[in-house]
Ligand binder design. Structure first.
Ligand SMILES: Nc1ncnc2c1ncn2[C@@H]1O[C@H](COP(=O)(O)OP(=O)(O)OP(=O)(O)O)[C@@H](O)[C@H]1O
Ligand SMILES: [Mg+2]
Length: 330
């Protein structure tokens, strides 16, 4: 950045302004649609993706949104346990092999008493243990999966997918295909470095629109000891990203470190429902609020939707997902 001739202090200020410009640009670019696709992923494992994906789903439901939570971390699925579902009989593998239909598999949760809008709902599509990676499915399996999920188009507002950890194709393809990707990190240096690794692996696709659909890459800092620590972590990642990759993810927000999560996991209840007033639940509610502002912020008319979204968001999502798997795009 020496070409600008600024001193170090000015460079940091300039970078911050560039980051802010990107945020504003990205915010303006995400259109408001009936159905939003959102993937939750991370570089390092065990950073809280599944808890955040589940907590966010219940928080969005409290705001009146109809959410379908999909356990797409196929080999390591555990959202059923986190959500307190005992012995889910069927899972995503039964959709893939065609032996069960969506209605038989979805697990519905009652609306919360504290919901400000009673239209909200959460339904879970459980994963299974030891299933093959989603990237290993053949085109036929994928086709059957997306055909059975396209029924959700008119029944849901948000499709939230727990996509797992790492930089392999099965995880990154979700980021390529989703309208919004939440990249979860903790303040640990190893987690920060791996989050940056994901951003780098995504390459230009993290910022570019895909087939006309603007994608938003957003950071969530989990297990933070304070909002200040979380902001500093996010700022470090964003500045490095801006400096070396020329663009930066939006900082959506943070979740504080809170024992309620571990206790709830042990008690097989989702923390957001077990203790809605806990620090972690309040943070997740704030995240949901920010997300709603982001998604509802820009309003575009249905006739102005990108061409491929007119036939349905789910179809478009799966076409992008399978395109990445099978066309060897990335
Ligand atoms: N905000 C938090 N405060 C305290 N503990 C947390 C928090 N978030 C998650 N944890 C703990 O971290 C553990 C891992 O969380 P979780 O299973 O959601 O992570 P993950 O990223 O989905 O892991 P994996 O990569 O294995 O799928 C949980 O069992 C929980 O005890
Ligand atoms: Mg997980």
């Amino acid at each position: 950045m020496a070409r600008y001739g600024y001193n170090h202090h000015d460079q940091a200020g300039e970078l911050r302004r560039m980051v802010q410009d990107t945020i504003d640009k990205n915010k303006a670019a995400v259109p408001s649609r009936r159905l939003h696709t959102l993937s939750v992923l991370s570089g390092k494992g065990g950073v809280g993706k599944s808890n955040i994906a589940a907590g966010l789903s219940f928080a969005l439901a409290d705001y009146g949104k109809r959410v379908v939570l999909i356990d797409a971390d196929l080999g390591m699925a555990n959202l059923d346990i986190l959500c307190g579902v005992n012995n889910a009989r069927y899972n995503i593998s039964h959709l893939i092999d065609g032996s069960r239909n969506l209605n038989e598999i979805l697990v519905h949760f009652r609306t919360s008493q504290r919901a400000t809008n009673q239209n909200g709902a959460v339904a879970l599509l459980p994963g299974g243990v030891g299933l093959k990676d989603i990237a290993d499915l053949d085109e036929f399996d994928m086709e059957r999966l997306f055909e059975s999920l396209s029924g959700l188009e008119s029944l849901s507002d948000y499709l939230i997918m727990d996509a797992g950890a790492g930089i392999h194709k099965g995880v990154l393809s979700f980021a390529y295909a989703s309208e919004i990707t939440l990249l979860v990190t903790t303040p640990e240096p190893t987690s920060i470095r791996d989050a940056y690794g994901v951003i780098k692996s995504l390459g230009a696709a993290a910022w570019e629109s895909i087939e006309g659909v603007a994608t938003g890459l957003m950071l969530v800092v989990n297990m933070a000891s304070s909002s200040r620590e979380a902001s500093e972590v996010a700022e470090r990642i964003r500045l490095a990203s801006m400096q070396f990759l020329g663009n930066a993810p939006v900082y959506l927000g943070y979740v504080l470190k809170d024992d309620v999560i571990e206790q709830s996991v042990k008690g097989r209840r989702i923390f957001y429902r077990a203790d809605p007033d806990s620090k972690a639940s309040i943070c997740v509610r704030n995240l949901a609020g920010e997300l709603l502002r982001f998604c509802d912020g820009a309003n575009i008319k249905p006739e102005n939707l990108p061409e491929d979204e007119k036939e349905g968001t789910i179809k478009a999502f799966f076409r992008r997902l399978t395109g990445n798997f099978f066309a060897g795009k990335k």
